[in-house]
Design a protein around this ligand. Structure first.
Ligand SMILES: *Cc1c(COP(=O)(O)O)cnc(C)c1O
Length: 369
C-alpha cells in the first residue's frame, strides 16, 4: 500500500489539459499583471460565490490583512479569532497592528463557538474573523446577532471553504467580506500563491483594489500607502481553468467523506467529524480525533498511508506568539493533541479511502462490518 496524504499533480489531472491551454495563452499574451485574465477570474469567482465583487490578491494571508486595513482596523483595536486555526488568521491581525482575541471552538464541528463570542467583546473590538475550518461553515446566524448588537465587522476566513454553504448560502457571502486562499492544496488552488476577497460592499472593493496595487489607481499616481499584493495573470488564468471543475471535486470529497463516516462509525476511541444540519461541507480536511493519535498515525504510516495534523501547534503556543499573555485555551490545546487528518484529496479513489478505513478498523481491533 502506498497512499500519500496528498499528491497534488494527481489531484488536478482531470484539469491538466485546461491548465496547459491557459498557461500557453498567458505566456504568449505579453501581459502578465493586472489584465484580462484577472478581470475574467474575478468575475467568474464572484459569480460562483454569488457576491457582487471579487478582488484577486497575492495570497490568503494578504487577503485577510487587506480587509482589516481597508476597514481601518489597526493599533489599539481587537479582533476576535478562533483559538484553533491556521496561524495566518492571527498573523493578519497582528500585521495590521491589532490584537487577536482568541475564542474557543465548538468541539463537535471544530469551528468557533458562537456562544463564547459575546463574552470576548470589549469596547475595543472591531471585528470577528469566522474561519470555516476544514471546509465546514461557521454557525453564522448567532454571530450576526452579536455583530449587529456590538456594531462589529464580520469577516470570513474562507481559505478552506470554496463552495461550502450555510443555510444554502455560499461561503464568501456570509459576512461583510471574505478572504479566500488559492494556495495549491486548497479545494481551489493555483500553481503558486494566490488569493481573493469577495464582498457585496462596492466601496470596500474599490479600497481593496487600491491597496493591493501600491495605493494607485493611475500608474505612478499614489493615493494611499498601499501594498504590492496582486494576483498574477498566469495564476488567474489557471484558476479560471480549474474553477469549472471545483463542484465535481467537492462532490468527490463528499463521496470519500461518506465512506469514512460509514466505515468508521461507532469505533470506540475514535471521534468522527460532525456536520451541522444547515451546512454543506466541502471537506478541505477530514479530521478525526483519538486519544491515541500519535500511535494511530504511526500505524497508518507503517501501513503506507500518509496523514497530517492540522495543526500541531495552536497559534497561542507557537514561538511566534510566545511573548504575549494569552488566556487559558484548553480546547485548542486538547484538540491539537488528538486531531488527525486522513487523506481526502482528489488524488484518492473510493478504493484507496476504503483501504485507509480498513487499516483504521484493524488498528482499533474491529474489522468487517
Ligand atoms: C491557507 C489558509 C490561510 C492563508 O492562505 P495563504 O494563501 O497560504 O496565505 C488563511 N487561513 C486559513 C484558515 C488557511 O487554511
Amino acid at each position: 500500500v502506498n497512499i500519500p496524504f496528498y499528491d497534488l499533480g494527481a489531484a488536478q489531472r482531470t484539469a491538466l489539459a485546461d491548465i496547459q491551454v491557459a498557461l500557453q495563452r498567458v505566456a504568449s499574451s505579453g501581459w502578465y499583471i493586472l489584465g484580462p485574465e484577472l478581470e475574467n477570474f474575478e468575475r467568474e469567482f464572484a459569480n460562483y460565490c454569488g457576491s457582487a465583487h471579487c478582488v484577486g490578491v497575492s495570497n490568503g494571508l494578504d487577503a485577510l490583512h487587506l480587509i482589516l486595513r481597508a476597514y481601518g482596523i489597526g493599533n489599539g483595536d481587537e479582533v476576535i479569532v478562533p483559538s484553533n486555526t491556521y496561524i495566518a488568521t492571527w498573523l493578519a491581525v497582528t500585521q495590521a497592528g491589532a490584537t487577536p482575541v482568541p475564542v474557543e471552538p465548538d468541539e463537535a464541528t471544530h469551528c468557533i463557538d458562537p456562544a463564547r463570542i459575546e463574552a470576548a467583546v470589549t469596547s475595543r473590538t472591531k471585528a470577528i474573523i469566522a474561519v470555516h475550518l476544514y471546509g465546514h461553515t461557521v454557525d453564522m446566524a448567532p454571530i450576526r446577532n452579536v455583530v449587529e448588537r456590538c456594531n462589529l465587522r464580520l469577516i470570513e476566513d474562507a481559505a478552506q471553504a470554496h463552495g461550502a454553504r450555510y443555510r444554502s448560502q455560499p461561503a464568501g457571502t456570509l459576512g461583510d467580506a471574505a478572504a479566500f486562499s488559492f494556495f495549491p492544496t486548497k479545494n481551489l488552488g493555483a500553481l503558486g500563491d494566490a488569493g481573493g476577497i469577495t464582498t457585496n460592499d462596492s466601496a470596500l472593493a474599490e479600497e481593496l483594489r487600491l491597496l493591493r496595487n501600491y495605493g494607485s489607481r493611475r500608474k505612478y499616481y499614489n493615493d494611499k500607502q498601499g501594498y504590492n499584493a496582486r494576483l498574477d495573470e498566469i495564476q488567474a488564468a489557471v484558476l479560471s481553468a480549474k474553477l469549472p471543475h471545483l463542484d465535481r471535486w467537492n462532490e468527490e470529497r463528499r463521496t470519500f467523506a461518506d465512506i469514512y463516516l460509514d466505515r468508521l462509525a461507532g469505533i470506540d476511541g475514535l471521534i468522527l467529524p460532525e456536520i451541522a444540519p444547515d451546512v454543506e461541507h466541502v471537506w478541505h480536511q477530514f479530521v478525526v480525533r483519538s486519544a491515541h493519535r500519535d500511535d494511530l498515525q504511526r500505524a497508518l504510516a507503517d501501513a503506507g498511508i500518509g496523514t497530517m495534523i492540522h495543526y500541531p501547534v495552536p497559534p497561542h503556543r507557537s514561538r511566534a506568539y510566545s511573548g504575549a499573555d494569552w488566556p487559558a485555551l484548553p480546547l485548542a490545546d486538547k484538540l491539537a493533541l488528538e486531531i488527525l487528518s486522513l487523506p481526502i484529496g482528489n488524488d484518492q479513489t473510493p478504493e484507496t479511502v476504503r483501504v485507509v478505513a480498513d487499516v483504521i478498523e484493524d488498528y482499533f481491533g474491529r474489522r468487517g462490518r
